[in-house]
Design a protein. Structure first.
Length: 579
């Protein structure tokens, strides 16, 4: 809107401008962007020569449209007025050769011609609209699907897919054959039931169960962030019953948005995303009908390039602004003066922020964040990293006496040598005693009190907690999570080797806080039940998409339950829908 380019019609893309290939459907009357993406593929790609996959009898040889620089765009807009007197008046050539509605006031800035990114494609709305089209079409939601009768009639004209064309029925009406990318009514209800029973960690997502209508087999009232979580995390599992040629492109689409929305972006990864997304959309064009592809299915082509220029999407998408406006709307008291109420609320907030700079003890800037552990000034720092934990327990503590097996499991080395049971026995049985004797011998020169305290081990009486905050997560024990809307007991520890060969996944059974004699520091431990980490027995990682499948009935057979809390990362386990 601020750039002056309208995002409606065949010329909706502000990057391609008039270089796109959008057209109008005969029966649906919409402007699809179907088969506009093969030209973004390499010249020798097989999809370019395919006459049956997309538009029938069409071979693509042309280049993608060039991205215009500031001088070239200025040559197009310098004669356009900044203000149009009548809002209904269209400039000459609007909708045919251009979509300019005005000349943006930003062109008066001396540096605007040199600005590489003069607009902002909002990733939040693109992801939501793309997800809505995919989800409603696969779930076959009435009046929301992109696969209706008109879409099938247009498909018969454009594509060569006889299995999807309408078939005449005995009563004289046309029957729509079931597509392999659609779920049946019973399968859609099972997906909704799966969502209804889904539990996720605290603060990770809203309650998706409120959106699931099991009786009708559809989702209602999903917010943008709900679509964001579903698209990037749950989509491969929800539609795992689809055929591989449908499931794989949808999974690749999910991973594209997940990689694009990462906190940290690497240039080589953005290059790979930019190479993959045309291929993903072309594979989707070989599956869904032409009416499925509106401008929102085209815009992801340009998102990796804009991420190179603008940086991580967290600083450019609409989530923080939508959240702020939601806060302001909730402060409205006078419904007849909504704008005035929002302005007053904004003024109060800015005044409060300004005053907070002068009151450091009571300030908005030192307010504790959600799931925040101990602060730096509250933590006791020592020379041992094992005890420098920025974590804090919560709830009512109970006492527990460590058994000999638990003390031994805590004191031994954390390195596991699964193929050498003799070494295992020696590490568990001999190392604690040897370490204590070595540190106690004055001839060895061990004088560090922290090391001596560690050698003698913790007190046998420890505190146990139900909740613990550390690493930005809130952890619960498995028993404490029972009956709650969220689940925070899943834990993951990354192995020392690459490729995830020795990664461990488990569930927290107990949370212990150990104390050492004459030392101020404490050590928080998670007592976990681990799943079998061996490949193809307890854990299986998809070689292409890195999806981790775990057999939760296969437990780790060695007794090594403890991990240091600061090494823990939170995970949640999603079952597959019962298809």
């Amino acid at each position: 809107m601020l750039s002056g380019w309208s995002t409606q019609g065949k010329l909706a893309c502000p990057v391609c401008i008039d270089g796109n290939k959008a057209f109008t459907l005969k029966y649906d009357g919409k402007n699809p962007w179907f088969d506009c993406h093969r030209r973004f593929l390499p010249h020798n790609h097989a999809f370019r020569r395919s006459k049956k996959g997309s538009t029938k009898n069409r071979v693509v040889k042309d280049e993608p449209p060039p991205i215009l620089n500031g001088e070239e765009v200025w040559g197009l807009v310098h004669n356009i007025p900044r203000v149009i007197d009548n809002a209904h008046t269209k400039l000459s050539g609007y909708g045919v050769s251009h979509n300019w509605t005005k000349r943006s006031i930003f062109w008066d800035l001396p540096y605007w011609k040199d600005n590489l990114l003069r607009h902002n494609l909002d990733v939040m709305h693109i992801e939501k609209n793309f997800f809505d089209n995919v989800f409603n079409t696969v779930m076959n939601v009435k009046n929301e699907t992109k696969d209706d009768e008109k879409a099938r009639m247009d498909l018969a004209i454009i594509c060569q897919r006889s299995d999807l064309e309408l078939v005449p029925h005995n009563n004289g009406k046309m029957k729509k054959p079931k597509a392999n990318y659609c779920l049946t009514s019973s399968e859609a209800k099972k997906v909704c039931k799966w969502i209804k029973e889904l539990k996720m960690p605290d603060g990770y997502a809203s309650n998706l169960a409120r959106c699931a209508d099991v009786n009708r087999g559809q989702m209602n009232g999903m917010k943008s962030h709900d679509c964001h979580v579903f698209m990037e995390c749950l989509l491969p599992f929800a539609f795992s019953s689809l055929p591989d040629h449908v499931w794989k492109p949808l999974t690749e689409l999910s991973q594209f948005f997940k990689g694009l929305c990462s906190n940290t972006l690497r240039h080589d990864e953005l290059v790979k995303l930019g190479e993959n997304i045309p291929f993903i959309i072309c594979k989707l064009e070989r599956i869904f009908p032409p009416g499925f592809f509106d401008s929102m299915e085209h815009l992801p082509i340009h998102l990796p390039y804009e991420a190179k220029l603008g940086g991580p999407v967290q600083y450019r998408w609409m989530y923080p602004f939508e959240r702020m406006m939601g806060d302001f709307k909730r402060t409205v008291k006078n419904k007849a003066r909504v704008e005035g109420s929002i302005c007053m609320s904004y003024l109060h907030r800015e005044t409060t922020y300004f005053c907070s700079h002068y009151f450091k003890t009571i300030s908005l800037f030192n307010r504790s964040q959600r799931n925040e552990g101990a602060k730096l000034n509250d933590a006791v720092t020592t020379t041992l990293s094992i005890s420098n934990q920025l974590g804090r327990p919560s709830g009512k503590a109970q006492t527990h006496w460590l058994s000999d097996a638990e003390r031994s499991a805590f004191l031994h080395s954390n390195s596991i040598i699964e193929d050498d049971p003799i070494s295992q026995t020696r590490i568990h049985g001999e190392f604690p005693e040897w370490f204590r004797a070595y540190a106690s011998d004055k001839e060895n020169g061990v004088t560090d009190p922290n090391l001596l305290s560690l050698a003698w081990g913790p007190n046998s009486m420890v505190k146990t907690w139900h909740k613990y905050y550390i690493n930005g997560y809130k952890f619960h024990t498995k028993a404490w999570s029972q009956g709650k809307k969220t689940i925070n007991s899943g834990v993951y520890v990354k192995g020392v080797t690459g490729g995830g060969e020795d990664d461990f996944y488990g569930v927290i059974q107990h949370i212990f806080e150990l104390e050492y004699y004459k030392l101020p520091h404490k050590v928080a431990l998670f007592y976990c039940q681990w799943f079998d980490p061996r490949r193809n027995r307890g854990t299986k990682v998809h070689p292409q998409y890195d999806i981790v499948d775990i057999k939760m009935n296969r437990k780790y057979d060695l007794y090594d339950p403890f991990i240091i809390a600061q090494k823990a990362r939170q995970v949640y386990y999603v079952p597959y829908p019962k298809m």
